[in-house]
Design a binder for this molecule. Structure first.
Ligand SMILES: N[C@@H](CCC(=O)N[C@@H](CS)C(=O)NCC(=O)O)C(=O)O
Length: 264
C-alpha cells in the first residue's frame, strides 16, 4: 500500500543526495515538533562525521489529519507529533513522545556527553527537569494556548487558570537559572538536553498571551539558546515560523481552530 503521508524532505544540513537518511522525523512546526529537530542539528554540529545522524523529515499536515492516518498510527499509536523512526538499529525502532525521542537520541548518539552527563546525580537532575517540563510546562502552556487562542468561546476562568500555572512554572525555571552555579542553564552549569526539552515551549510564551519580562534569567536563557546556529537550523524544520503581526496571529489562530475542528 502506498503511503498517503507527505514525502520526506531533507533538512539543509543534510542536503547531499549521497547520504542516505537512517533517521526519519515526523513533525510539524510546534514546540514539541521543534525539540527533536533542534537536538538533531546540535548532534550533527557536534559530531559532523557521524553518518548515523543523517535524517530526513516528513512534514505532516494537521489540516489533512495526517497524524490520525493508519500509516502514522503504526508509528505513534497516540496520533500526535513528533515521532522518530530509527533505522540505525537492527529491525528499526519507532520512538514517540518528544522527551522520549530526545532521550533516545542522547543515549544512542551523544557518545561524548556533549549535551548530557555521565554523573548519576546530574543524570537524575536532567530527568527531573525533563519530567517537570513534559508533565508541567508543555501541558499547562498547551492548555493556556487552547483557552487563549483556540477555544470557540472565551472562558476567563480557563484562560486565567492555565496562564497562571504556566507563569508559576516559569518562576521555577527563573529560580534555577538565577543560581550562580547554574551558569544560565538548567543542569550542571552547561547547555544540555534538559534545556532543549523546554526551550521551544518557553520561546512560544507570547502565543499563550504570556509576558517573559518578569523572568529576566529565563529571558536571557532564551536569547542565549536562540543564538546557537544549530537551534536556528532546528527551528527551520519543517518550516521556519516567522514573527507575526497581531492580525497574522489572529488569522493563524482562526486556521488552527478550523484544523482542530472547533472553529467558529
Ligand atoms: N506529550 C506529547 C504531546 C504531543 C502533542 O500534543 N503534539 C501536538 C502538537 S504540539 C499534536 O500532535 N497535535 C495534533 C493532535 O492533537 O491531533 C509529546 O511531547 O510528544
Amino acid at each position: 500500500m502506498s503511503s498517503t503521508l507527505p514525502s520526506p524532505q531533507r533538512p539543509e544540513s543534510f542536503s547531499s543526495p549521497d547520504l542516505a537518511p537512517k533517521l526519519h522525523l515526523y513533525t510539524v512546526g510546534t514546540p514539541n515538533g521543534y525539540k527533536p529537530s533542534i537536538l538533531l542539528e546540535e548532534l550533527h554540529a557536534a559530531y559532523p562525521d557521524s553518518k548515523e545522524l543523517v535524517y530526513d523529515f516528513i512534514p505532516l499536515s494537521f489540516s489533512e489529519k495526517d497524524q490520525k492516518k493508519p500509516e502514522f498510527l503504526a508509528i505513534n499509536p497516540n496520533g500526535r507529533i513528533p515521532a522518530l523512526v530509527d533505522e540505525n538499529v537492527g529491525g528499526g525502532h519507532n520512538i514517540w513522545e518528544s522527551a522520549s525521542i530526545l532521550l533516545w537520541l542522547i543515549e544512542q548518539y551523544d557518545k561524548d556527553h556533549k549535551f548530557s552527563f555521565t554523573d548519576a546525580k546530574l543524570r537524575a537532575d536532567t530527568l527531573s527537569w525533563i519530567f517537570f517540563a513534559h508533565g508541567g510546562v508543555g501541558p499547562m502552556q498547551g492548555q493556556a494556548n487552547h483557552f487563549y487562542r483556540y477555544a470557540p468561546e472565551q472562558i476567563p476562568y480557563g484562560i486565567k487558570r492555565y496562564q497562571e500555572e504556566t507563569l508559576r512554572l516559569y518562576s521555577v525555571l527563573e529560580d534555577q537559572l538565577k543560581k550562580p552555579e547554574s551558569k544560565g542553564f538548567l543542569v550542571g552549569g552547561k547547555y544540555s538536553v534538559a534545556d532543549i526539552n523546554v526551550f521551544p515551549w518557553v520561546r512560544g510564551h507570547a502565543w499563550a498571551g504570556l509576558d517573559i519580562e518578569p523572568y529576566p534569567h529565563v529571558a536571557k536563557w532564551l536569547e542565549t539558546i536562540e543564538a546557537r546556529p544549530a537551534v536556528y537550523k532546528g527551528l527551520g524544520v519543517p518550516t521556519r515560523g516567522k514573527k507575526l503581526s497581531k492580525e497574522e496571529e489572529d488569522k493563524k489562530a482562526e486556521e488552527s481552530r478550523k484544523n482542530f475542528g472547533f472553529g467558529k
